[in-house]
Design a protein around this ligand. Structure first.
Ligand code: M6R
Length: 609
């Protein structure tokens, strides 16, 4: 996720672009840049670092120009650096492009453009767009953009400027947001409305497959087939704070709601032919390497550790390899048994967690080769690992991790099935069944999110208690741990997760009348046993809220409340089960008036051991 802004009018563009970029900082913050159409040239200034770094670089004497584009980057292809920052130019420096999205076929396009004589300077996928626009330009920027985006596979929101056609900005989108703000004698473009909300509330929302020519006094919208389109003007009713969060009251809710998109981004290019084939070229494993693994070792903290626990169940079942999952803070202070045939994985959303980094460095000292699963390109974990599998969740702002967890477990499933495919230890039919089920998960998550109101009602009960339990067996136990952590950190309710079978070994003593027990019962192989555990709680008058897979057991008679989840393969259920638990934590915290996005005593990235 990156942020794009554009301005064209009579005012000096630079301060307006800067103001817009600051409002979009939640979309990325590893580098920033602007391209300004100045009277004598197209001036591009960009730098690694936050917007303040750009401000320092430009200083007081900023260039005068009444049109321009700006970009705030969240690195995907190529680490954060001055060169990889946007805007990107073609060879002639007469064209500049800002881009948000992922161009899947960029290597092929880059090869082709190089054969055509274009010289590339960055490691980004986005730079191909600038060269494509330059390549196709024959006097009409709109046509050049349309021809360029037709060549591109993947997702994009992009704006192009050229000193050859100074009075316009040309933009286009597919699968990434782009909004045009309508002013008087001036117009705006942005990834999100907060960027220009101080200037206008009248907008056009560009849809997939649309392009626009934006001048100071006019906006023309076209399909990417070149036909002119008529569009309704919409009015933004959000206030500035709401707008920054996409209209949601908190980043946590926004990020929960973004999960279908985040999953689609994470599967892009990795689950081919609608799930029939798994592909992880970035890992570059040799067949010998894959076949040499005798065990898997996963190290992480907090929510990322819980993602590792899900992987343990899945990998042991599918890969038939022993999987050890360790808290990074424990791993460093004992004598872990590692051998050279270990697939060593560290998981970290931020890629900067001190405990995880210490574990990575210790493992490296012990001769391990490290595979990192992280959300932040260019983070320390990504830089120090040998191989990286990125989760394309986009920036996560709320302290409570939601979309990062979901994309972590999704990536771990992709990795598991990819290894199974390469090792040949699953039949083609089984692999295809899993691939198709994974492919459908984003839609299924969407249907759960549409039922958020049902969860809010459940939260109303939970909110008046100071203690509660989460129980489950097998994969449900791993998800129960994540559900309990979400509730603890956001609502300050003491929430404990137990393997259901363990209740009778102690925790059952804590069951008192009405105490909430969140029972996860999605795994068919242990369903009857889980039901017995629920009966043990009901016999002691606990209040059981059950999450089950539709089409399995009728739980209504057994529990106080039941929420049926869409059905998928049992092994993939964690991707669906955790979603209502995130919502439950969120709505409970809201009901208790807790500072949802910034819980007390916690930081987003824990950079001390
Ligand atoms: O950035 P990381 O994934 O390494 O962070 C690990 C934990 O600090 C993090 O998951 C933490 O537990 C979250 N607050 C959980 O919501």
């Amino acid at each position: 996720m990156c942020g794009i802004v554009g301005y064209i009018g009579e005012q000096n563009a630079y301060p307006i672009l800067l103001e817009g970029l600051k409002k979009l900082e939640y979309r990325g913050y590893d580098s920033a840049g602007v391209a300004l159409l100045c009277p004598d040239e197209l001036k591009v200034i960009k730098t690694k670092g936050e917007i303040s770094a750009l401000e320092r670089k430009i200083g007081e004497g900023f260039p005068e120009g009444t049109a321009g584009v700006g970009h705030i980057r969240w690195a995907t292809h190529g680490a954060p650096s001055d060169i990889n920052a946007h805007p990107h130019c073609g060879c002639s420096q007469e064209f500049a492009v800002v881009h948000n999205g992922i161009i899947e076929n960029y290597l092929n396009l880059r090869r082709w453009l190089e054969e055509e004589g274009h010289c590339f300077v960055s490691e980004t996928d986005s730079e191909v767009l600038a060269h494509l626009v330059e390549h196709f330009f024959d006097g009409d920027l709109l046509q050049a953009v349309i021809r360029a985006v037709k060549k591109v596979e993947g997702s994009f929101a992009m704006v192009a400027v050229s000193e050859k056609e100074k009075g316009k900005l040309v933009c286009a989108r597919k699968d990434n947001p782009l909004i045009i703000g309508l002013g008087k004698g001036e117009n705006y473009i942005a990834s999100d409305v907060p960027a220009f909300l101080n200037h206008t509330r009248k907008i056009y929302i560009l849809e997939d497959g649309e392009a626009a020519v934006v001048t100071a006094n006019n906006v023309e919208i076209y399909s990417t087939q070149g036909e002119a389109l008529q569009k309704e003007v919409s009015e933004v009713t959000w206030n500035a704070a709401e707008a920054e969060k996409g209209g949601y009251p908190h980043f946590m809710l926004k990020e929960i709601m973004e999960q279908p998109r985040a999953l689609r981004e994470t599967m892009r290019g990795r689950l081919l032919r609608e799930g029939k084939e798994f592909s992880l070229p970035e890992l570059n494993f040799t067949p010998e390497e894959i076949n040499s693994f005798e065990q898997v070792y996963i190290v992480a903290c907090g929510t990322a550790y819980h993602a590792g626990l899900v992987a343990k169940y899945a990998m042991e079942k599918i890969l038939k390899l022993p999987v050890e999952v360790d808290l990074a803070s424990e791993f460093c202070y004992r004598d872990p048994l590692l051998n050279k045939n270990t697939l060593f994985i560290v998981i970290s959303q931020s890629g900067e967690t001190a405990d995880t980094l210490a574990a990575l460095r210790l493992a490296r000292k012990e001769g391990q080769r490290i595979l990192a699963i992280t959300n932040v390109v260019g983070s320390t974990v990504a830089r120090e690992a040998d191989k990286v599998l990125y989760t394309w969740a986009g920036p996560e702002i709320a302290v409570a991790s939601t979309k990062a967890y979901l994309t972590q477990i999704f990536s771990l499933y992709l990795l598991t099935y990819y290894l199974a495919q390469e090792k040949g230890n699953l039949s083609r039919d089984t692999l295809e069944e899993a691939g198709e089920a994974l492919f459908n998960l984003p839609d299924q998550v969407e249907t759960i999110l549409q039922r958020a109101e049902e969860i809010r009602e459940l939260a109303a009960y939970l909110a008046s208690w100071e203690s509660c339990f989460y129980i489950g067996r097998n994969l449900d136990y791993a998800v129960a741990m994540e559900g309990a952590l979400k509730l603890k950190e956001t609502s300050y309710i003491h929430a404990e997760a137990y393997a259901s079978g363990e209740l009778k070994h102690g925790p059952l003593a804590l069951i008192v009348e009405g105490i909430p027990v969140i029972a996860l019962v999605t795994q068919r192989s242990v369903m009857e046993k889980s039901l017995s555990n629920i009966k043990e709680i009901k016999a002691r008058c606990g209040h059981v809220i059950c999450f089950a897979q539709e089409g399995t057991i009728e739980f209504q008679r057994e529990v106080d409340r039941v929420f049926y989840l869409p059905a998928t393969l049992d092994i993939l259920m964690p991707v669906l089960t955790v979603v209502p638990l995130q919502l439950l934590a969120y709505y409970t915290a809201v009901a208790r008036d807790c500072p949802v996005d910034k819980p007390r005593n916690l930081a987003k990235s824990v950079t001390v051991e």
